[in-house]
Design a protein around this ligand. Sequence first.
Ligand SMILES: Nc1ncnc2c1ncn2[C@@H]1O[C@H](COP(=O)(O)OP(=O)(O)O)[C@@H](O)[C@H]1O
Ligand SMILES: [Mg+2]
Length: 292
Amino acid sequence: MSSTTTRPVVVGVDGQPPYDRALDWAIAEAQRAHAPLHLVYARMMPLRGPTVEAGFDVHTTESDEILGAATDRVRALAPSVHVTTASAYRNAAALLVDESRDATCLVVGARGRSALGSVLLGSTSLDVAAHALCPVVVVRELPQQLPDRPGVVVGSDGSGISEAAIAAGFEQADRLGVPLTVVHAWFLDEVTGLAALATEDVTHVVAQEEDAVASAAIAGWSDKYPDVQVRQHVLRAHPVEALVDHSRGAELLVVGSRGRGGFTGLLLGSVSQGVLHHAHCPVMVVRSSGGA
Ligand SMILES: Nc1ncnc2c1ncn2[C@@H]1O[C@H](COP(=O)(O)OP(=O)(O)O)[C@@H](O)[C@H]1O
Ligand SMILES: [Mg+2]
């Protein structure tokens, strides 16, 4: 099933290696989704004082060069993709969140020009994952070419938002022509709130309940996507560890922005944050039933 959309794939480019990983993922996604590609560069704020004019010139040239080089890359890799650009003197996350309003998805790298070498996820990437108005893809690593490839992996915890992640996972697996691996992890601390309750009986009952929740979450989807081969793993494990493990060799890991726990009002749950920091493949964070 392939859909045609005029909503663009939006990608944040800052010219700093390895920004082209995010750009390359976005180019491929625009091709698959038959969508235009919108390249966005947030210029640093102009200098103050007597050098302000010179500062403006430097930054204008810089953004022309960065967006020009990115446009050349799109034309070389995907000549059929319609490409547009935008830049502004704005905070990068604020500009990207604005641009996400009408986007099919927003793609960013894991680290930008100001992040320290030891930082796993830059503040722009974290901010847009929390605030964007469309699905966000954070590209830390491109998919690894391993012999055992799980296709698209989706994290499912039975919550409404993870159902949106499952929808996006099926759509992506279908477009890519790869299997979908649905991972549902549970551990007793999370389910019961008390590890002390972990008697054999309780564990057995919880395991059965989690199996039922996991199966219900994917029921019906195969009718909509009959070509997508689905594998389901229900595991007793910490969800971040389970998802990061399954992300090896995956094309994409899809999670919801929130799940079934945590404090109300948080924009990103602990599992989404954990996988954004540690996954071995691009991560898509889905907000609501809008899908990808
Ligand atoms: N136990 C789990 N097994 C698999 N995926 C999970 C699990 N818990 C959460 N996820 C994934 O991570 C997303 C975010 O959930 P989480 O970070 O736990 O938020 P919250 O703190 O609101 O529960 C979910 O929508 C789901 O995609
Ligand atoms: Mg949770």
